[in-house]
Design a protein around this ligand. Structure first.
Ligand code: SAM
Length: 287
């Protein structure tokens, strides 16, 4: 197998540093450096780009990103056992890898990006237990367009399907509306459980999201309320599920030009945006 760098194979790195995988940290490591280099390439051109990577672990994807030419990588890792292994990568690529020990949910990545020259991309094999929460934060960030130029992320396939889903798909729900409103999201490729150590129970998939620079005008707080009500009871007609909003559903649906008997899963993103805008207007008038 061709080597992507002169560092030791990841199996040796794991053995040397005692990095037995911990389930509580969502640790399923990719040890095939050709695969991690492929994921790095799937994020698009990396020349001049700073990559924020969440959860580098023993550094397989980090090495892929650096070998594929990223100008710099900022890697955020919660498990301090991984830090010594990551420092060896930093030494191999002087000045290009910054390691931050901490919880990605608590780190202000927009502030990190503000200190960087040039574009910033997020590329990560996310820990399953916090992946959706991190993605939601990146999609809801303010101001928009966001600090990131693209997100290339690995999830459980079932979650990846929800991210890229539209109203014609079974997996369509709140995440699909949020991602569809603000980004162009697409599925790239699957990764089989056997590619990981230890293998997870399910197939994984890589998704790629690019921001829509001028998304439809909408206040995210109202979009959240509308999609929570509609998909909270997804089998019900909207005239019933939207009652949770305390504004007459018939009025909201009429404003939005939607049929009262429609169900959440049939409404495109533009319909939810129209509902959110109607809810905002009617709530403001009522005050
Ligand atoms: N990038 C490596 C790879 O592809 O082999 C490891 C991916 S593993 C699925 C997820 C990594 O995220 C682990 O290294 C884990 O320690 C780290 N992690 C888990 N929760 C985290 C958090 N809240 N903040 C930062 N890193 C976290």
């Amino acid at each position: 197998m061709p080597q992507i760098d002169d560092l030791p194979p990841l199996r040796d790195v794991i053995a040397t540093h005692g990095l037995d995988a911990r389930k509580s940290l969502g640790q399923n490591f990719l040890l095939d450096l050709n695969l991690t280099a492929r994921i790095a390439r799937s994020s698009g051109a990396l020349e001049g780009v700073t990559v924020v990577e969440v959860g580098p672990g023993p550094g397989g994807l980090t090495r892929g990103l650096l070998a594929e030419g990223a100008k710099a990588v900022i890697a955020i890792e919660k498990d301090r056992r991984c830090l010594a292994a990551l420092r060896e990568i930093a030494d191999h690529y002087p000045g290009r890898l910054t390691i931050i020990e901490g919880d990605a949910l608590e780190i202000d990545m927009a502030a990190l990006a503000a200190g960087v020259d040039g574009p910033v991309k997020v590329v990560a094999n996310l820990p399953y237990n916090v992946g959706t929460q991190l993605l939601t934060g990146w999609l809801e960030c303010d101001p928009w367009p966001p600090w990131w130029q693209s997100l290339t992320l690995m999830f459980q396939k079932e979650v990846a399907e929800r991210i890229v889903a539209s109203e014609v798909d079974k997996a369509y729900g709140r995440l699909g509306v949020l991602a569809g409103w603000r980004t162009r999201a697409r599925m790239l490729f699957d990764i089989a459980p056997q590619a990981f150590t230890p293998p997870p129970k399910v197939t994984s998939a890589v998704v790629h999201l690019e921001p829509i620079l001028e998304p439809m005008d909408c206040d995210i707080r109202y979009l959240r309320r509308v999609t929570a009500a509609a998909f909270g009871q997804r089998r019900k007609m909207l005239r019933s599920s939207l009652k949770a909003l305390n504004v007459a559903p018939a009025a909201l649906l009429d404003d939005a030009g939607l049929n009262e008997t429609a169900r959440a899963e049939e409404i495109p993103v533009s319909g939810f945006v129209a509902l959110a805008n109607s809810l905002r207007e009617r709530s403001n008038k009522a005050q």
